[in-house]
Design a protein around this ligand. Structure first.
Ligand SMILES: C[S@@+](CC[C@H](N)C(=O)[O-])C[C@H]1O[C@@H](n2cnc3c(N)ncnc32)[C@H](O)[C@@H]1O
Length: 331
């Protein structure tokens, strides 16, 4: 009971309630929260400290940035979710906060889009600056060979490299990206590779215009570090996976290369195995042990997770493959 009372005391103040509502919508830095609330940084930091102590928010430092996020797993998580739902969006103060949050997210998204727009043509060179891609690609090919999927989705396909290496091993492959410029390069690459079963289309990884349970494999390769809501990306990937389907997330282990933020629009400096496993489990996926490909200075990690089979479809999966994706669905 004591932790609930402490949480109620912590949140019983207008600014702190607003902070909880904001952090329920994504990981935010102190400076973003300060901008939204229009209050001084020391003041906002004091409120955030109290909320963290009460188990309502999580704080984590990554290089020079400190992020705050909603604490899903703490014993008071259910209370926090209830409060956020009860606040609604009709309250004028909350509505204004959410409007400002929307503006900040748009600015951020515009900056990242501009980066990809400007770098689409030379992306192939930039991506290989980080690590030996050959090793990562070979590991992904092995995973696909073992899983033997029919329909594959590549979220944040960029110039379509994942499609180039994985589409020959599946029946249908679809790449989604929000950058028209990246997709233009991807189309040329797919054409050049003669991949007739690989398609790309414009889309948002947070809201895929694709039906539930329509893919056997989803790959998210070097995309998650641009996300301000990585768990939401994973949940959306899980939604489109068929029961038994496999998610492959490829990104960096935690690192301290700040220049990737300043010069390459990264938001997160890598991910810890624990947080990725937690997000996968929350999305209805069973995480497998991660595969670390140590590099200098960056280590790449391949996290795989399998979509849990709902009890009613488990027998069906054991007996036969799910229905193939209809061509028209992906165009
Ligand atoms: C670093 S590139 C990786 C591209 C590709 N997966 C690869 O490894 O070469 C990240 C890609 O994610 C895309 N992206 C970023 N945010 C996105 C979003 N909200 N929805 C869809 N694509 C997004 C970018 O446009 C960019 O093409």
């Amino acid at each position: 009971m004591e932790h609930l009372l402490a949480a109620l005391r912590a949140v019983a103040e207008p600014t702190r309630l607003r902070l909880v509502v904001l952090c329920a919508r994504g990981e935010l830095t102190v400076s973003e929260l300060t901008q939204i609330l229009g209050q001084s940084q020391p003041r906002v930091s004091r409120h955030l400290k109290l909320l963290c102590e009460a188990g309502l928010l999580d704080r984590f430092r990554e290089g020079s940035w400190v992020f705050y996020r909603f604490c899903q797993s703490s014993p008071v998580g259910a209370l926090a979710r209830l409060l956020v739902a009860a606040c609604g969006e009709a309250d004028p103060t909350i509505a204004l906060d959410l409007q400002r949050l929307g503006a900040i997210k748009r600015q951020r998204a515009d900056a990242a889009s501009a980066y990809f727009r400007e770098n689409a043509a030379q992306w192939h060179r930039i991506r290989s600056l980080y690590v030996d891609e050959g090793e990562v690609e070979a590991a992904l090919v092995d995973i696909i060979a073992a899983a033997d999927p029919r329909d594959l989705l590549d979220i944040g396909t960029g110039t379509g490299r994942m499609l180039e290496i994985l589409a020959p091993r599946v029946e249908h492959a679809l790449g989604i990206d929000q950058s028209r410029e990246m997709l233009a390069v991807a189309r040329v690459n797919l054409e050049r590779a003669g991949l007739e079963n690989g398609l790309v289309r414009l889309g948002d990884m947070y809201q895929l215009a694709l039906p539930d349970a329509s893919f056997d494999a989803v790959v998210v390769h070097q995309v998650l570090h641009y996300a301000d809501r990585p768990p939401a990306v994973i949940a959306e990937a899980a939604r489109v996976l068929r029961p038994g389907g496999i998610l492959m997330l490829v990104d960096f282990a935690p690192h301290a290369l700040e220049f990737l933020r300043d010069e390459h629009a990264h938001r997160r400096l890598g991910f810890a195995d624990g947080e990725v496993a937690e997000w996968c489990a929350a999305a209805g996926l069973d995480p497998a042990p991660p595969h670390h490909l140590a590099g200098d200075p960056l280590t790449v990690v391949i996290w795989t997770a399998q979509r849990r089979a709902a009890p009613r479809v488990a027998a069906e999966i054991a007996g036969k493959r799910p229905a193939a994706l209809v061509e028209g669905e992906v165009r």
